[in-house]
Structures are given as structure tokens and as C-alpha cells.
Design a protein around this ligand. Sequence first.
Ligand code: ADP
Ligand code: MG
Length: 504
Amino acid sequence: MLDHLTYTAPEPKIIQGAKQDWELVIGLEVHAQVASNAKLFSGASTGFGAEPNSHVAFVDAAMPGMLPVINEFCVAQAVKTGLGLKAAINLVSAFDRKNYFYPDLPQGYQISQLYHPIVGEGEVIVDMAPGVARRVRIERIHLEQDAGKSIHDMDPNMSFVDLNRTGVALMEIVSRPDIRGPEEAAAYVAKLRQIMRYLGTCDGNMQNGNLRADVNVSVCAPGAYERYQETGDFSHLGTRCEIKNMNSLRFIQQAIDYEARRQIAIIEDGGKVVQETRLYDPDRGETRSMRSKEEAHDYRYFPDPDLLPLEIEQGWVDDIAAAMPELPDEKKARFVTGLGLSEYDAGVLTAEVESADYFEQVASGRDGKQAANWVINELFGRLNKEGLSVETSPVSAAQLGGVIDLIGSGAISGKIAKDLFEILWTEGGDPAEIVESRGMKQVTDLGAIEKAVDEIIAANPAQVEKARANPKLAGWFVGQVLKATGGKANPAAVNELVARKLGQ
Ligand code: ADP
Ligand code: MG
């Protein structure tokens, strides 16, 4: 069973104005670059960071007479993403031209899907706390081309154009205005990113602009959103502003917070919020007007005559559905119900698909909780400290599994295991061999332990007196024996022997 079937929705964020309380309403348009080696309508490479204008096919540069040819793989990636968002897949969709002029758009239009997107309504469950989640409805996903890049900062007197990104496939994922606070907005983008990274449909590298969001924000009085939900009538909601091109979760939250307060101040002053596009300036922590609705472009959308409607077959969609990997919610639920992990630990382990894979290798054939403890506390703790990730971890899953096996067989104690982990981290090697060759094996030879216990008892008659009167003090002897044996004595055996020798 999926844990999100039993959540309660979080309370919407309330912002106190000078005169009354206000609620936030947020809808996101997320642009996700499709993970694909080739562009949407050409065979040119999508490789990031290449020499400017080295990944440009004739059609990307809009050479006369060149025709776009749809990349089937990109279509499959959009379908896969739609299925991951439990969305309807449209077997017939179509491409439209969105006309505007910009130097990094040589065609003079962007090919997009306005009227008939490839993916219809779906949903994302956004976890806010254990048992608390928000269901955000997806309105649509459409495929479109990315534009190139204008570079203005190389020479103050010149602008340059790099067409490497021109024509790279994007998925625009449009949510309903179901998000009710800045944290939810960030968590929603994080969840989309997580799902797409599990699916392998978008790398989700926000710094590279691989995933960016236009954030629509409005404010309304408490109760207004419920009336919108009941009737579907948007007029119950406030006028929205759209903050363009956000590529940081932190900035998304800051921008929403600022924008909500700005709108509240205008309304409470007796003014009206003007629907417009705004930009967030992270240095000043404020949003600024970019263009108002009156200045909005008339894009003169029309069906692209160079491209036939995109028809796909149900059987092809079914094949993609059959090959879907396990999604984060499903994996998390399995870790909780199947392996007995806490929801918190399961959440940590499934946050990144690479971490989940690593953990599953460690847990395979072993105790899930013990594996989770080692991965979260020892490995992740150490990786964080060194600024590394599981992909660059010096200790492999097989090595960590080996450490756990040595504890399980009684060959080493938990304390020695930590020393062993340290050796593996800095020097590498085979855990069992290291334990053997460095004499780290736990002493379970009762004779040897007994000898150590006897020596310590003989050397400390005063302590013996005290411990006989107060059994709690036996722990001191256990500590001394463990110290004397370099932590290698089996703690259970030491406890038993000390108690017996002290006559307890
Ligand atoms: P457009 O195509 O003009 O940008 P859409 O209807 O496609 O407008 O909406 C764009 C985004 O704005 C969607 O994510 C939608 O959920 C969101 N949105 C619509 N109305 C509001 C509102 N009143 N407040 C906040 N977000 C809204
Ligand atoms: Mg839009």
C-alpha cells in the first residue's frame, strides 16, 4: 500500500496583512529538459558545456528548406513522464508555432504544443511531513523546443549567440493552482525532479537550467480557494503574477514570499494587482515587473505546417508502461512495510535514486534496519562531511555489506566495525581480509577474556569491594577489559564473565 493514500492535507499558509488574513494560491509551469542525446527535431547533440555553436544542425539554425523530424525517443520520454505523474496520455497531439523574434531563436518561432498536448491531467503527491501531503493536480505536459543562449557579458560592446541549446527538447509541466505555500512550491518542484530522475527522463540539474519554473502567485481571503475548488470558477481567486525562470528552490520560496506580501500591500492600500510577468532579483530579494499583460506578446499560435499531427499507438504506450521503474513513493512504501524502516529513514534513502540503489545493494540479503543505520549514519554522515555523493563514495555498497556481514558473524564488534569502515574509506580493500590481516577479529576465546578479567579484578581490590555492594559499578570492569583487549573482546562474553567473577 502506498503511504500517500493515507495522508491529510497540510493547512494553507496564512499571511497576516495589516487589515486581514490572506492565503496563497500558487500554480507552476515547470520546464524540464528531456534527457536525450539528440534534440527534439534534429540529430544534433544536447551535450552541455560544449564549444559554442558546435551542436547545431541546419534545421536548428533555421536554414531555408530544412525540415524538422520528430525524435521518437523524446516522445517516449514525455509519455514516460506522463505515466509517472499518473496522467492521461493523448494518442493524438499536435505541434504549434509560437511566433516571436529573439536573436537566439533563428526560426522566429518556437515549436510547442498549445492546443493538443501529448499528456493530459495527472497528479503529484507532495510529501510535507510523515502522513501530511498535498495532492497537486497536473493540467498538462507538452513538448516544445528550447531556445539558444544570448551571451552579453563577454564584451560590453557586443552580444553573442550560442545555438547549442536551440531545439533541445523540453517538457512543460503545468500544474493546477493547487499549491498553498512557498515550502509546498519548493517541495513540489523537488518531487517532480525526483520522479523524473527515477524515470531517467530529466537530469534535474537546476544550476545548469535543466529544470526551471515559472511561478504563478496570487493571494485571496480565507475561504475563496474552497469556493474555486467547488465551482472550478477562477474568478474566486485573486489576480496572479508570474515570476519567470526560477532555477533554485530557495529563490522560489523567497520570491513567493516577497510577491505575496507585495500583492497584499497593494490590495490593502485599495489598489489592484496587475496581471504581469515579473523577475526575481535574488540580490535584492524582490520581484520586478518585466512586462504587463497589455505588453504581452501576441504569439499568433498556429499549427506547424511542417509537422503532421503526432499519432502514437496504445500498444506503444503500454510497452513503456510495462518497462517503468519503481517510483519513489512505491519504493518508500516498500522500505517501510517490507523492511520495517521508519518513514523518515525511508524518505532519506529514497530522496535520490542513486542513494536508494546503493542502499538496496547493501540491504540485499541482510537486515534492512541495520543496513539503513549504516548507510544513513556512517556513510551519508561521512559523505556529507566530505562533500561527496554516493556515486563518488570511496566505500562501495559491496564493501559496506561486507562490514555488516562481519558484525553478523560475530567476527567483529560494532566498535571495531567503525574502525574497519574508516580503513575502507581511506585505504580501500576487502573487509574480511583487512580484519584477518590486521588482527581485528573479536576475541571470543573465553580463556583469553577470563585472563583479562582476572587481571583487572586482582589489580583493583577497592573497586571490587564497591562493585560487590553496588552491582551497577560492574560496568567499570567491563570497560577496563574492553580497553585492555583493544576493543576486540566480545562484549556479551565480557559482561557475563565480569558478573560471574564479582559474584553477581
Ligand atoms: P497562461 O497560459 O496564460 O500562462 P494558464 O491558464 O496556462 O495561463 O496558467 C498558467 C499557470 O498559472 C498554471 O500553472 C495555473 O495553475 C496558474 N494559475 C492560474 N490562475 C492562478 C491564480 N489565480 N493564482 C495562482 N496561479 C494561477
Ligand atoms: Mg502558460
